[in-house]
Design a protein around this ligand. Structure first.
Ligand code: PGA
Length: 269
């Protein structure tokens, strides 16, 4: 794992924008970006919801407005969607993505996918989602946040490491963490359709972002703890291209923090 420690949440967003744009390269190029435009270049992005990626989305939107990047050759797949609330609900992840990213950029709405939960057969919907990811050629770069319980997507502790997109029951802790977006905890859905840990691990590269003291323990367990289903994100230790970008608070419990800072300095020199 590559660990990048930043001073602030703003710097995390900036670094995430720089890393993602560099990694996706020509697929995001515009005429004014200075890169040669390659009409063949395209990419598949895995996207996340929650508070953490908002800064990154703002950075992407700013660069899109400045004509430095374009999303017209991007296909996207979101990690998850709540069950039991329609896509039109303001708390749905369909609404979240439209409001915070899609409506501000030039992504083709037909290529911006979010798990479908307003249907009769959720397990079939999960299977169809997996097939669509495969048809698109797999995910090139997956953006992740992390739950205070170490979940990624809605893969709660105990999730199978090889799981595909399927329905998961949210833990009490996750429902409490997410209650801030709803009128009360009773309104937080109990289940969600989420990419599995197997789906996430199939992405070619991973960018996990975390900010704030509330994530420090989950980050320590993910980066330096044993690989265990009790900390679903710890499976990322097996991923060959996982980058973790943290602010100082989220990094504060890492035993090897000085080493990570040193390694990053050497990488850049
Ligand atoms: P947050 O959620 O970004 O709102 O903290 C992260 C997550 O639950 O994956």
């Amino acid at each position: 794992m590559r660990i990048i420690v930043c001073e602030s949440a703003e710097e995390v967003a900036l670094r995430a924008a720089i890393e993602s744009i560099e990694y996706l390269g020509e697929a995001l190029s515009t005429q004014s970006s200075g890169k040669s435009e390659n009409p063949e270049a395209s990419c598949v992005l895995g996207l996340a919801t929650g508070s953490t990626p908002l800064g990154l989305y703002r950075e992407w939107i700013e660069r899109y407005r400045a004509e430095e990047i374009s999303f017209r050759n991007v296909t996207s797949f979101n990690l998850d969607e709540y069950c039991g609330i329609p896509p039109s609900d303001p708390q749905s992840y369909h609404s979240f993505m439209h409001e915070n990213l899609f409506r501000h950029i030039d992504i083709d709405p037909a290529k911006a996918h979010i798990p479908v939960t307003d249907c009769d057969d959720l397990s079939q919907s999960g299977e169809r989602y997996e097939a669509m990811i495969e048809e698109a050629g797999g995910i090139d770069l997956q953006i992740l946040g992390i739950g205070s319980d170490g979940h990624i997507g809605f893969n709660e502790p105990g999730s199978s490491f090889s799981s595909p997109t399927r329905v998961k029951t949210l833990t009490k802790r996750t429902r409490e963490d997410n209650a801030r977006f709803f009128p009360s905890i009773d309104h937080v859905p109990r289940t969600a359709l989420t990419m599995g840990l197997g789906t996430i691990m199939s992405a070619r590269a991973i960018l996990l972002l975390a900010t704030g003291k509330g994530k420090a323990k989950a980050i320590r367990d993910t980066v330096e703890g044993p690989i265990t289903a009790m900390v679903p994100a710890s499976i990322l230790q097996f991923h060959p291209y996982a980058t973790v970008i943290l602010d100082a608070a989220a990094a504060s419990e890492l035993a090897l923090i000085d080493y990570y800072v040193d390694a990053e300095r050497n990488r850049q020199s």
